[in-house]
Ligand binder design. Structure first.
Ligand SMILES: *Cc1c(COP(=O)(O)O)cnc(C)c1O
Length: 368
């Protein structure tokens, strides 16, 4: 029997607005950039060419400038945040890493690492409470402390102060931060940790298939000391390539180009954060006006600015999901064990104000 392809999305609008916390809405300009990439011939360039090198130089400079990354930090690109988890486990840890988390993504990182690294330990903390750094007691010989800046599953965020306290308590350890659903949406103080990474389908507002990893001098030294070279994505090898503005294998050139174009267009991260913060405040007050729906995270000191988790009776949550979908609005399911009793809303910069206004109007009409 011949293969039958009957899926055609051409001409169909899948939805009117997406508040899914990744993959999420892409910046509207992306269509223009894709067209330019085609027209300019970017889609066919070789990753050892002069053109690719120029793209890399500009992209790294744009990221440094717009996200305020320290000038002595280096940068590499991968294809997903999950790949970054593995690269850290393979290339920055010899025998033991320690994972501090309050939700599903942090836990998953530990699980992935435990398949590669001999000894992994974990500390789970309450999602309604700030991480108590003073009470932490790390086992001996830990090489890397892994934390999740923005826990996408439950809508919590670590404050810069907490990460700073961790840095002060453990000045000799590498600290790696998964900032997948917050980088490019809020200000991060890169100087207080060693490895930061994010894939681009969340706050960067781009299609999936690319991740950025940012490395402190200490992380680069650790990579050189371990000098893992056995995998196609071993960090020493990858770093050597990106350092000379090449890539170790044929990378996602289109997405690198899109990232460069949108970083070029984007405002400085401080201004983007102001917008994120203002919309976050607006969401909080809007949700408090709804009946039977509440923010799941009660403590506003630990609540995420970029992903909101909303709880209610199972029936009501099901109704919101169903009604939103039939109105062309995509929202995030609750994650893992929170699936039935919560839904999630992305507060990512690429979402349009008018989309937020119409979603809020819909919620008020049905649920207040
Ligand atoms: C989405 C997400 C990931 C996974 O990202 P991929 O690019 O799909 O690998 C990892 N960590 C966090 C915190 C996330 O939000």
């Amino acid at each position: 029997m011949p293969w039958v392809f009957n899926i055609s999305l051409t001409g169909r609008n899948l939805y009117k607005a997406s508040f899914y916390p990744g993959p999420s809405r892409v910046y509207s300009k992306v269509t223009e950039y894709i067209y330019d990439a085609y027209r300019e011939g970017i889609l066919s360039i070789n990753h050892r060419s002069k053109e690719f090198a120029e793209l890399m130089v500009d992209l790294k400079a744009q990221l440094h400038y717009k996200l305020d990354i320290p000038s002595d930090y280096e940068m590499i690109f991968a294809s997903s945040a999950t790949e970054c988890w593995e690269m850290i486990a393979q290339s920055l840890v010899r025998t033991s890493s320690f994972h501090i988390y309050n939700g599903a993504f942090g836990k998953k990182w530990e699980t992935y690492t435990s398949r590669i690294v001999q000894k992994t330990g974990g500390h789970h903390f309450d999602c309604q409470q700030e991480l108590d750094v003073g009470a932490l007691d790390l086992p001996e010989n830990i090489e890397c402390i892994c934390i999740t800046h923005n826990e996408t599953s439950n809508g919590t965020q670590l404050s810069n102060d907490v990460i700073k306290a961790l840095r002060e308590k453990y000045p000799e350890h590498l600290i790696a931060v998964d900032a997948t659903s917050s980088m490019a949406g809020v200000v991060l103080d890169f100087s207080i940790a060693d490895v930061w990474f994010a894939s681009v389908q969340k706050c960067f507002g781009l299609p999936a298939g690319l991740a950025v990893m940012i490395l402190s001098p200490a992380a680069v030294t650790q990579a050189a000391n371990i000098d893992d070279r056995n995998k196609y994505n071993s960090l020493s090898f990858v770093l050597e390539n990106y350092r000379i503005n090449q890539a170790p294998y044929t990378p996602n050139v289109l997405n690198l180009y899109l990232l460069n174009r949108s970083m070029n267009k984007n405002k400085l991260i401080g201004e983007i954060e102001d917008k994120t913060e203002a919309r976050y405040q607006e969401w909080c007050s809007h949700i408090s006006s709804l009946r039977g729906l509440e923010l799941m995270i009660k403590n506003d000191a630990v609540r995420s600015k970029t992903v909101l988790c909303i709880e209610g009776e199972q029936e009501l949550i099901e109704s919101v999901k169903r009604e939103a979908r039939s109105n062309g609005i995509i929202i995030g399911n609750g994650y893992g064990e929170l699936k039935e009793t919560t839904f999630r809303i992305a507060n990512f910069p690429a979402i349009k104000s008018k989309e937020i206004a119409s979603f809020q109007k819909f919620l008020s009409r049905k649920y207040s």
